[in-house]
Design a protein around this ligand. Structure first.
Ligand SMILES: [Zn+2]
Length: 79
C-alpha cells in the first residue's frame, strides 16, 4: 500500500488543482482536507494508482464525494 503524501506534495497538488476537485471541478476549502462530509469544500489527496509511489504525479485532489467513488475509500476507514 502506498504511503501518505507529504505536505509538500499535497501543497503542490493543491496549487495545480487551483483549489478545485480534479474530477468534478467543485470548489474546495483548503483547511477542510480530510474532514468528512457535512462541511463545505471537504477534500482528500487521492492516489491515482495505489501501487505507485507517493509522488506529485500520482496525487489527485478530489472532493469527498468523488473520493467515495474511488476503490480505496472505506478500506482505510475500516482498518
Ligand atoms: Zn469532486
Amino acid at each position: 500500500m502506498a504511503e501518505k503524501f507529504s505536505e509538500k506534495i499535497i501543497e503542490s497538488a493543491w496549487k495545480n488543482a487551483n483549489g478545485h476537485c480534479e474530477r468534478c471541478g467543485k470548489l474546495l476549502v483548503r483547511k477542510n482536507r480530510g474532514r468528512n462530509s457535512g462541511k463545505r469544500g471537504c477534500w482528500e489527496a487521492h492516489h491515482k494508482n495505489r501501487s505507485k509511489e507517493s509522488i506529485l504525479s500520482n496525487c489527485e485532489i478530489v472532493c469527498v464525494s468523488c473520493h467515495k467513488k474511488t476503490r480505496s475509500f472505506g478500506k482505510q476507514k475500516n482498518q
